[in-house]
Design a binder for this molecule. Structure first.
Ligand code: PLP
Length: 407
């Protein structure tokens, strides 16, 4: 699939759009393919194509077919991958069974025994465990370095490549997230990628928290971008999927791993994700506005809150409530319509307790070192009314403060 194919697949042609289409147009058109590669249509939308195998009347037809067996790819996964590749300005993309599936495909396709990955210690818990447990077990070197700090990154790259031109034996890969969870540290991808390039290291960016509306890491020098589409792209807490986007060459290698290891997406999840992408921009813009107002209101709260972590254009924020674990528990049970949930990025506002949930597997000292204290509460801001969200949260913060002696 070439660059132009991406555009045509989204139903946008030279005739309909003279300039490069804007984000809102690309998202709204997601999955409305011009080239139909299968016949089922349901009204204006595409059907979910569940066939595990495709049938043909001749060997010639079989040999020329785009789809032959579902694990290799199917029309719904093509739609999803094309849509996200467009959003990320990528040459091409791959849809995977989950965000972890996407991370696994990148690692297994880029690395071999003896290679080194540099990754920050506060990545998503599953990613952290994958590097710590499996990647190490397969004979690759894993170094936990704060790669968001370009000075630390440069020092680490100097150590693991013999010369600045990168003539060490093994390949070096740098893995980072555009915005970290739950402390909302924002990566300067341009600065990180320029250091990586100087040392001949490949850069893989998890853009789940950034979202392609806020940041497009490939345009800032990243080699591959992964997403947990389970979060903002899916947006309704009802699907699990992931994606890898980048150059045709690297995505082809990742796809081969996805097919062999059985990590490709199901038709239903892909269809659901493509449909959700059509409202991505309006969902994000609303949640971002609420999140910024909420962060300001939390910062203005005199008692009960020790620190607030937030960034512009990010629907996730976190804050430290007084009273440690007891304060966090009081807060959680005082909330009314805001529920406790592990995941994030959906249309409803949810809270989580990173110390016992996403980062519960880390040693307590490691959690403290990273700043993930027992009183830390993560909020995934949804699209409900701002005053309702704010009132529910502040009432719970005040209950936590009242339950804490000597606050
Ligand atoms: C959730 C998440 C993942 C893992 O995605 P799954 O879809 O749950 O497999 C990876 N990276 C980040 C940043 C995430 O938030």
């Amino acid at each position: 699939m070439g660059d132009s194919a991406v555009r045509v697949e989204n139903g946008l042609t030279e005739k309909s759009v003279h300039e490069d289409p804007q984000f809102a147009t690309i998202t709204a058109q997601a999955g409305f393919c011009k080239e139909e590669n299968f016949v089922n249509r349901t009204g204006h939308g595409k059907a979910i194509c569940t066939a595990s195998t495709y049938e043909f009347d001749s060997l010639e037809e079989h040999m020329a077919a785009t789809h032959v067996y579902r694990r290799d790819g199917h029309p719904n996964s093509d739609d999803m991958a094309h849509a996200i590749a467009c959003l990320e300005s990528a040459e091409t993309g791959l849809a995977t069974s989950s965000g972890m599936g996407a991370v696994v495909c990148t690692v297994l396709s880029l690395m071999k025994g003896g290679d080194t990955v540099l990754v920050h210690g506060d990545t998503y818990g599953g990613t952290n465990a994958l590097f710590e447990e499996d990647v190490r077990r397969f004979g690759m070197n894993v170094e936990f370095v704060d790669v968001l700090d370009v000075v630390a990154l440069e020092a680490a790259l100097t150590r693991c490549t013999e010369t600045p031109s990168g003539s060490g034996d093994g390949r070096v890969i740098v893995f980072c997230e555009t915005i970290t969870n739950p402390l909302i540290r924002v990566a300067d991808v341009t600065a990180i990628s320029s250091v990586c390039k100087r040392f001949g290291a490949l850069l893989v960016v998890d853009n789940t928290f950034g979202t392609p509306l806020r940041s497009k890491p490939l345009l800032q020098g990243a080699d591959l971008v992964v997403h947990s589409a389970t979060k903002f792209l899916g947006g309704h807490s009802d699907l699990i999927a992931g994606t890898v986007v980048g150059s045709a060459k690297l995505v082809k290698q990742a796809r081969a791993v996805a097919v062999r290891w059985g990590l490709t997406v199901s038709p239903f999840e892909a269809w659901l994700c493509t449909r959700s992408i059509r409202t991505l921009q309006i969902r994000l813009e609303r949640a971002w506005t609420t999140s910024e107002k909420l962060a300001a209101r939390l910062r203005g709260e005199k008692h009960g809150i020790l620190e607030v972590n937030s960034a512009p254009k990010c629907a996730v924020l976190s804050f430290l409530v007084v009273g440690g674990l007891h304060g966090a528990k009081t807060l959680a049970k005082t909330l009314s319509f805001i529920k406790v949930a592990s995941s994030l990025g959906g249309v409803t506002t949810t809270v989580s307790h990173p110390a016992s949930d996403s980062h519960g597997d880390l040693r307590p000292e490691e959690r403290e070192r990273l700043g993930i204290h027992d009183g830390l509460i993560r909020v995934s801001v949804g699209i409900e009314d701002f005053e309702d969200i704010s009132n529910d949260l502040l009432r719970a913060v005040r209950a936590a403060a009242a339950a804490t002696p000597d606050k």
